[in-house]
Design a protein around this ligand. Structure first.
Ligand code: FMN
Length: 177
């Protein structure tokens, strides 16, 4: 039996559906950046996916290390794993940092806004475990990381045989798992 590998649009559709589903494992990705040629990884929540523009968004604090790293080197990767689907997505992306995203800011709840309200920048030392907040600063600390997806590597784990494909907007190719 010969099947076609998944298309870029089909994978983006699945991911976009996942982002709208509370608790879907694909909503939490590992974001990889480079810091002086050394890899750095952290978990992030994928917020939106514009399928036509191939653009994924992540919300973050503009003072965070990942923002500095992406300004210096916009090449990045996102990794999603879903134990229910038994599928892994490896997204190869170019990031752009978007400041002054007031339209997006207005959609955040009061609780979400607190994530950007610490007086001391993320990653800096504290006197104790509590970071003081000034909610008035939070809007200016908020930014959006826009990830333009170049290609996706898709893997489905299955006891009958794994399936793996390299998928771009132009073409999809089965590859050896
Ligand atoms: C489940 C989970 C989701 C997270 N989502 C985000 C997120 O959407 N944006 C973000 O900036 N940090 C998020 N974080 C925190 C990051 O993993 C990281 O600790 C923080 O952003 C600092 O990273 P940096 O110093 O590399 O910039 C999340 C952490 C966890 C555990």
């Amino acid at each position: 039996m010969r099947n076609n590998p998944p298309s870029f649009n089909a994978l983006c559709n699945d991911l976009e559906q996942a982002l709208q589903t509370r608790g879907d494992a694909w909503r939490i990705a590992s974001l990889a950046t480079l810091s002086n040629n050394r890899p750095e990884l952290r978990s992030v929540i994928l917020r939106t996916l514009d399928i036509d523009k191939h653009l994924l968004t992540i919300y973050t604090d503009r003072r965070s290390e990942k923002v500095n790293q992406l300004i210096k080197n916009p090449e990045c990767a996102l990794l999603c794993w879903c134990p229910i689907r038994q599928q892994q997505l490896r997204l190869s992306c170019i990031a752009t940092i978007k400041f002054e995203q007031n339209n997006v800011w207005l959609t955040l709840s009061a609780n979400q806004r607190k994530d950007y309200a610490t007086i001391i920048a993320p990653g800096r030392p504290l006197q104790n475990e509590n970071a003081d907040m000034e909610i008035g600063f939070s809007a200016q600390n908020f930014c959006v990381i826009e990830c333009n997806i170049n290609h996706i590597e898709w893997l489905r784990i299955n006891s009958d045989g794994h399936l793996r494909a390299r998928v771009s907007p132009e073409e999809s190719q089965w590859i050896c798992p």
